[in-house]
Design a protein around this ligand. Structure first.
Ligand code: UGA
Length: 435
């Protein structure tokens, strides 16, 4: 099947490469010539484990190609995926759909024959109706079916998530489009997750409801962690104790510095706006947004408290900057407010991240970027675990202790055992556990 993928961001590139790997012939289109040039030369615009090999293999097999020319790619395709960005709109926090609508106009002008236009981008409920209206406006004769097919890929595990999905959601009432989508995903739904057909608006809302629910789960355990600290309980054991109840489930119960990334913050905000538009205030989601923002802003205070309030002139070594491991994504990362608040209080900030330092440099200035975790900790007054990269889990703790000026570790991800840290003689502050 011939597929056109509009947008070679994180979602478009992973989805396009994975569909090519199933045997479809995929053309990825992007307006940015530098991006396309890089991809043609084998350079990935993002860091995602396994993506470079997957792309290289499918380019070699001639199932995957890259171009800036939208029209020919769309003309030849039976399915056109829209995977352009939908960032938060400045001012009101709603999803900015200008990239989606811009691409739709171009697609409408180019389609030939029956074409399924699939919205992969995360778009507010009702956007499919508007996409359809736009296409009809530009090309009243077009034989097009507009389908919603949200993605549930986690950064850092996207290829695995694509190939082993819990479910594939396809929103359309049209039988012709259902058949095409069943064919697109045939390799997956034969053995893997179920293909769930719904109405288009339902599918659009499933995406936001899923992300808002997960964000709520994380925020819930973060608040319970605060209570654990005051009440002398251990949040990891509470999470295990509640997570073994199948109705709750054990995933997404890791307490930490608050959620970040390119999805949860923007999608929770956009869902709030949708609720307002429909006169249905989503009070739980509203609390989640507020609690999470306050939490990220408060994390620096934990570092300051670990040095008994004396932070001015002290050197703080941050291990991890990305919003989570296995990505170079810095969007809405908790590290940003932490660095800014520490600098504001007069601390000298150093940092090391295995992948995100280039991205971090675009956002955070006056940070002393180091080339390894040990180099970062050498001579610092306190070490702070901000992102739970695997390489930080296995640090030589004796060496860490020798390198630090004072044996103080603030661990915002709970990656060490309390007894280990005690045995090594650290002052160790973590989340929701007694130090
Ligand atoms: C999230 C969803 O998990 C995907 O299903 C969805 O497709 C994606 O958003 C999207 O909408 O595109 P992602 O943002 O890559 O994926 O990252 P997650 O692994 O979900 O983590 C989100 C945030 O929650 C991170 O800041 C992470 O550190 C935090 N988190 C997650 C916790 O603090 N504790 C947890 O137990 C889990």
């Amino acid at each position: 099947m011939r597929v056109a993928m509009i947008g070679t961001g994180y979602v478009g590139l992973v989805t396009g490469a994975c569909l090519a790997d199933f045997g479809h012939v995929v053309t990825c289109v992007d307006k940015d010539p530098a991006k396309i040039e890089g991809l043609l030369a084998g350079r990935m615009p993002i860091y995602e484990p396994g993506l470079d090999d997957l792309v290289a293999r499918n380019v070699r097999e001639k199932r995957l190609s890259f171009t800036t020319e939208l029209a020919p790619a769309v003309r030849d395709a039976a399915v056109v995926f829209l995977a352009v960005g939908t960032p938060s709109r400045r001012g009101d926090g709603h999803a900015d759909l200008s990239y989606v609508y811009g691409a739709v106009r171009e697609i409408a002008a180019a389609v030939e024959g029956f074409t399924v236009v699939v919205t992969k981008s995360t778009v507010p409920v009702g956007t499919g109706d508007e996409v359809e209206r736009l296409i009809r406006e530009v090309r009243p004769d077009a034989d097009v079916s507009v389908v919603s097919n949200p993605e549930f890929l986690r950064e850092g595990a996207a290829i695995e998530d694509f190939k082993r999905p819990d479910r594939i959601v396809v929103g359309t009432d049209e039988q012709r489009a259902r058949e095409v989508m069943a064919e697109v995903y045939r390799p997956l739904h034969l053995n893997q997750g179920p293909l769930l057909f719904t109405a288009r608006r339902t599918s659009e809302l499933i995406k936001y409801a899923a992300n808002a629910f997960l964000a709520t789960k994380v925020t819930f355990i973060n608040e319970i962690a605060d209570l654990c600290e005051k009440a002398g309980a251990n949040v990891q054991e509470v999470a295990r104790g509640i997570g073994l109840d199948n109705r709750i489930g054990s995933k997404f119960l890791h307490a930490g510095p608050g959620f970040g990334g390119s999805c949860f913050p923007k999608d929770t905000l956009a869902l709030l706006r949708t609720g307002q538009e429909y006169g249905v205030p989503l009070r739980i989601v509203e609390s989640v947004v507020g609690v999470n923002d306050a939490r990220k802003a408060a994390m620096a205070r934990r570092v300051i408290a670990a040095l008994d309030g004396n932070i001015a002139g002290k050197t703080v070594a941050l291990l991890g900057l990305a919003f989570k491991p296995n990505t170079d994504d810095m969007r809405d990362s908790p590290s940003i407010p932490i660095v800014l608040a520490l600098q504001d209080k007069g601390a000298k900030v150093r940092a090391y991240d295995p992948q995100a330092m280039e991205e971090a440099q675009k956002i955070l200035s006056d940070v002393d970027y180091r080339s390894s975790a040990y180099d970062c900790l050498d001579g610092a007054d306190v070490g702070v675990i901000v992102t739970e990269w695997d390489e930080f889990r296995a640090l030589d703790l004796d060496r860490v202790k020798r390198l630090l000026m004072q044996p103080v570790i603030v661990d915002l991800r709970n990656i060490y055992r309390l007894d280990d840290m005690k045995r090594h003689g650290f002052r160790y502050e973590s989340i929701g556990r007694e130090g």
